[in-house]
Design a binder for this molecule. Structure first.
Ligand code: GDP
Length: 468
């Protein structure tokens, strides 16, 4: 069973009172968490978000939809100095330097949890605000960004599963298709264990090492995403600990080894809940989830189905199936924006199909009473292409044009078709989806006047527009 922190409601009330107090004096905090299934483009997204917000603060029209949502009141934006911050900091300037280099480079991806605060200065919203501004100065909103590893997102659906249920579901997935090959050594190991295997540490460590190798191969070689537990792939700032050394067993309810692994499974989930999910969901009410849906199409049927399953599980958890939004204290994720990234790989009309596909994957059911409002978007945090027309078998087709990183030449690329819904099996009979890496565009003034993007502003407007 999850452990309950008796202090939580009091902490929640205090946090709520703090937010209210800050609002009264015009010093609000807006907290936005950003994550994505691995390699979704999180580093690039955050870098572009920061650069474009700073540019908007200087008067550039880089985020029109967000500015409209904020009533055109944004006057200035600056990064808040780190001071004595305990969590690692998102290094926006280093990432911007890579993009501003000659030739421009993609930033190194970040793996760990990190945070960054941006102070936004806004004109007051109301007469009361104007009066307050006379003595308290302009309204200042601190945008707190939290960037956490996408792998951890997949721990969410684990929170309400017993070790037995998790073992069954995980082994069934691992035995399917190409995963079975990648996980061959691990599956052979667990299948050879007797139903009442002893709780030997050497056995547990060997099993975990094989399991982790299988997860890594599935992620790195096959492009799969539904891999658990998250800290087996990304241990995070606290490193590795014994509670992590569990893996799924075919006989999960018998024997001492199973009992040991079940205790670790429970301890792991308690730990993730206590040190990450609970404090995080208590404070971060807005959540952006990035998904490389085009990359998943490109990776083929199995990888696509796996991404679809992972996304559906995450969306169900975030939707409040776990009661994460607490009506009593008003805490929890209230708005989730799912975004299909790298949408500049397809021409504008195909982006509508991409949006439809993402909505289908996320399963936008009518909101239940505990639902965090969900929106879906197709975005490119850094737009590298323009729309163009290519000729395919003598017929004109919508394409994109950009500088390919591999050849260093401008190329016209017909990416292929994006289905509006989860593709029928027939779609994969002629699998064709091209997705080259494009060189990022050269930035005017090293990004000081913003970074070209697609739809970043609409996503931000949907997530935090109401708070500005
Ligand atoms: P992370 O692992 O989620 O942090 O992924 P990154 O942000 O490092 O992105 C991985 C790669 O995806 C980048 O190096 C780019 O090649 C590509 N990428 C990310 N965002 C975009 C985008 O908006 N447009 C294009 N064309 N490529 C992108």
């Amino acid at each position: 069973m999850p452990s309950f922190n008796l202090l939580s409601p009091i902490e929640d009330a205090l946090a709520g009172a703090g937010d209210l107090g800050r609002a009264l004096i015009g010093r609000e905090r807006v907290r936005l968490a950003v994550t994505g299934l691995s390699r979704a483009g999180k580093t690039v997204f955050l870098t572009s978000l920061v650069a474009n917000l700073l540019a908007a603060g200087r008067g550039a029209r880089t985020l029109p939809a967000l500015e409209a949502a904020a009533g055109g009141r944004l006057r200035a934006a600056r990064i808040v100095p780190a001071e004595v911050q305990a969590t690692p900091r998102f290094d926006a300037s280093a990432h911007l330097r890579a993009l501003a280099a000659d030739p421009p480079r993609w930033p190194e991806r970040t793996e760990d949890l990190s945070t960054l605060e941006i102070a936004l200065e806004l004109d007051p919203r109301s007469m009361l605000g104007q009066a307050r501004a006379l003595f308290a100065g302009p309204r200042q909103v601190t945008l707190e960004l939290l960037d956490y590893p996408g792998e951890w997102l997949l721990d969410l659906p684990m929170l309400d599963q017993s070790y037995g249920d998790w073992s069954r579901a995980t082994l069934a997935r691992l035995r399917r298709g190409r995963r079975a090959e990648a996980a061959g050594a691990f599956l052979a190991f667990v299948d050879a264990l007797p139903a009442t295997a002893p709780a030997e540490e050497a056995l547990a460590r060997q099993g975990f090492a094989l399991y982790r190798d299988a997860l890594r191969s599935c992620r790195d070689k096959l492009g799969f995403r539904f891999l658990q537990p998250g800290r087996a792939l990304n241990p995070g700032p606290r490193g590795e600990a014994p509670l992590l050394w569990f893996f799924p067993l075919p006989h999960a309810e018998t024997g001492d080894l199973a009992a040991l692994l079940a205790r670790r499974h429970e301890a792991y989930l308690d730990d993730q809940r206590a040190t990450f999910f609970d404090p995080f969901f208590r404070r971060f009410h807005r959540q952006a989830v990035l998904v490389d849906a085009l990359g998943a199409l490109h990776a083929g049927e199995e990888a696509f189905d796996d991404t679809a399953e992972a996304l559906a599980a995450v969306a169900a958890s975030l939707r409040g199936g776990l009661g994460l939004f607490d009506l009593l204290t008003g805490q929890g994720v209230r708005r989730v924006g799912f975004a299909a990234t790298k949408a500049d790989h397809v021409p504008s009309r195909t982006r509508d199909a991409l949006l439809g596909l993402l909505g289908d994957l996320v399963g936008r059911d009518p909101a239940g009473p505990l639902d965090a409002a969900t929106s879906v978007h197709a975005i490119a945090a850094i737009r590298c292409t323009e729309d163009d027309v290519a000729v395919l078998e003598g017929r004109p087709v919508a394409a994109v044009r950009g500088l390919r990183l591999d050849t260093g030449r401008v190329a016209r690329v017909y990416p292929g078709e994006v289905p509006m819904r989860r593709p029928e099996p027939g779609y994969w009979d002629h699998p064709f989806f091209e997705m080259p890496v494009f060189q990022p565009p050269r930035l005017d003034g090293d990004g000081a006047s913003g970074i070209p993007h697609l739809g970043l502003d609409a996503l931000l407007a949907a997530l935090i527009g109401d708070l500005l």
